[in-house]
Design a protein around this ligand. Structure first.
Ligand code: HEM
Length: 558
């Protein structure tokens, strides 16, 4: 992602006259501080970027003369002077920070992040230790990369680190006060967490909605039966299945038609994915708070537009239901969805909109990503896939009416999902936490408002903790006490402590259900005779760590 693009035109000048064809170079200054220089081509730029060009004419390569003429030399010197002052001030005021690699003026360590920060930060932790500090612009970031430091952040000092560092897209005055994902642990957050615990993900609620999950799996299987011989993007289908599962729980009806191929363009799925994409965009304001209000890249504005678009898809459902609930004929026996309960509890339309959006954002892409990685790992490990097939085939399970107890009879599949979460944790850094106050961690100072990451990607690939960590070996979880419920800090794919994922029961069950039913009913074949062992396993960094390339498969009935 580039934050500054400009074009420099070089022309030679002889006897005071410009001659020859100008050579035009395209300079892109990356948010991570990397400067790309390439010959200019119109296609490289979007319309929006074109308006940001700065056209500079240089006489030959005489840069110093150019700077002198345009008074920029003065500007350059004064900037350096100020930077030096800022640097001195910074190093004076914050003492005893966790170890840090050397920083550059202004950008700090931004240039070391690259496009896969989970890998870059893991490498820095190997060099500087399990608790490191980095400066991203003027924002301080502390990263915990061992079970001990993770325990310190998520358990021992949970209260102090339970605030969120809010990305620009969500730092909207209209959104934050009603947010479950991004607000501090205030009254709103407590109320919403209680609703999650009691109405959505308690054992009783999970039982109540088990028939919904079964129906959505039946829809998915039916869709695949009708797609015989055709290539299917399984990530897309899992997303829609999970989306409709949540829609039935929240609004009492499906919002996406699986058969509607165009749903992905400009539809509801598109909208929710766009919100997620905006949430993952690198914003200058996150690194230099001075730019926050300006929203130079339009991320806040664009994010809000996407949020409003998503609202528009279910706004009418809320209005209709509210008028039914407010009518004299309404009785509480008619309550059949979360929406009804929220209206009865006095939630406003906006609060309901916001809560629904966040459940979709947190619940769909996460689950879909795990399904995608698990399928990819099973395809590349034939022996493991055969073992799961044997296990699933042995049980007389009717997936259309699945009960929780039946899934617990599939320990090897369970282990495969755990191993997938270990190797490809959905949120490589969890969601960003923030220090609510200045704290001492492992003898170091973590100042108030520091952004805090727990690098679970590094922890779950650490050879000091895991035997042969880069190999997919579900067996390691058979007969192992290591679980993901927030007690084992070497394995926390759902986080731990008060900000731990409340949707764990639904997320995990849904992944199990989707995989078990796909394995039981179909053989999976890669299109064009592709060799499964050569499947591209690269990841794409974002709030959620997706597979870079989607998994496209042909499903052949067994
Ligand atoms: C397998 C699927 C899932 C995975 C791997 C996952 C993972 C996570 C992680 C890592 C966090 C951040 C924890 C932290 O910052 O300490 C989180 C938070 C959250 N998740 Fe999930 N999640 C999944 C499914 C779901 C589902 C299905 C829902 C709801 C429908 C959900 C709702 C949430 C919410 C609301 C939060 C924010 C909690 C808070 O900030 O208080 N998740 N999840």
């Amino acid at each position: 992602m580039s934050i500054l693009n400009f074009k420099i035109q070089l022309r030679s000048k002889s006897s005071g006259v410009y001659s020859g064809t100008p050579k035009v170079y395209n300079f892109k200054f990356d948010i991570l501080g990397i400067l790309y220089i390439s010959p200019f081509s119109e296609e490289d730029f979007t319309d929006e970027q074109q308006t940001n060009y700065i056209f500079i004419r240089l006489r030959s390569m005489d840069l110093i003369a150019f700077l002198r003429e345009s008074n920029m030399l003065f500007l350059v010197f004064t900037s350096f002077f100020f930077l030096l002052l800022i640097k001195l001030k910074f190093s004076k005021t914050i003492k005893n920070l966790p170890p840090s690699p050397p920083t550059l003026p202004i950008i700090g360590n931004l240039h070391q992040m690259g496009d896969k920060p989970h890998i870059s930060i893991t490498n820095l932790a190997k060099e500087y230790g399990p608790l490191i500090s980095l400066r991203l612009g003027s924002q301080l970031l502390v990263v915990a990369s061992s079970p001990e430091t993770a325990r310190e952040i998520l358990k021992i000092q949970d209260r102090s680190f339970s605030s969120r560092f809010v990305p620009s897209t969500y730092r909207q005055s209209s959104v934050l006060p009603y947010s479950l994902l991004w607000s501090d642990c205030d009254q709103t957050w407590r109320t919403l967490r209680t609703i999650c615990r009691t109405e959505l993900f308690s054992a009783k609620a999970m039982d109540t909605y088990s028939s919904v999950r079964g129906e959505k799996i039946s829809d998915m299987l039916e869709f695949l039966r009708n797609k015989q011989g055709e290539v299917v993007d399984i990530g897309d289908l899992a997303f829609k299945t999970m989306f409709n599962t949540l829609s039935c729980i929240i609004f009492g009806k499906d919002l996406i038609d699986l058969k509607e191929e165009h749903e992905t363009r400009g539809g509801l799925k598109d909208s929710v994915e766009n919100i997620l994409e905006y949430g993952g965009k690198t914003d200058l304001g996150d690194f230099f708070p001075i730019f926050r209000r300006l929203d130079l890249q339009g991320i806040k504005k664009g994010g809000l537009k996407q949020i409003k678009t998503a609202f528009s898809f279910w706004e009418d459902i809320i209005k209709d239901r509210r008028s039914q609930i407010c009518s004299p004929t309404w009785s509480s026996d008619q309550v059949n969805s979360l929406l009804d309960r929220l209206i009865e509890q006095g939630f406003s339309d906006f609060q309901i909109n916001q809560f629904a959006t966040e459940l979709y954002i947190a619940g769909t892409d996460t689950t879909t990503s795990v399904v995608g990685w698990a399928i990819a790992e099973l395809l590349t490990h034939k022996d493991v896939l055969s073992e799961v097939e044997r296990e699933v085939g042995k049980k007389q399970i009717d997936f259309d009416k699945i009960s929780e107890s039946q899934l617990s009879e599939l320990p090897y599949l369970h282990a495969c999902i755990k191993e997938t979460l270990r190797m490809h944790p959905t949120g490589p850094f969890l969601l960003p936490h923030r220090a609510q106050e200045t704290c001492e961690v492992m003898g170091y100072t973590v100042p108030k408002d520091t952004q805090v990451f727990v690098n679970i990607w590094a922890i779950s690939r650490d050879p000091k903790i895991w035997d042969d960590p880069l190999s997919f070996k579900p067996e390691r979880f058979i007969d192992s006490k290591v679980d993901f419920r927030g007690q084992n800090f070497e394995f926390t794919p759902f986080g731990a402590g008060r900000r731990m994922c409340p949707g764990l029961p639904l997320g995990f069950k849904s992944v199990e259900l989707i995989l078990a039913s796909l394995i039981r009913e179909f053989d999976w074949v890669l299109p064009n005779g592709e060799d499964p062992s050569k499947l591209d396993m690269n990841d794409k960094f974002g709030v959620i760590l997706h597979k870079e390339k989607p998994v496209n498969l042909i499903f052949k009935p067994k």
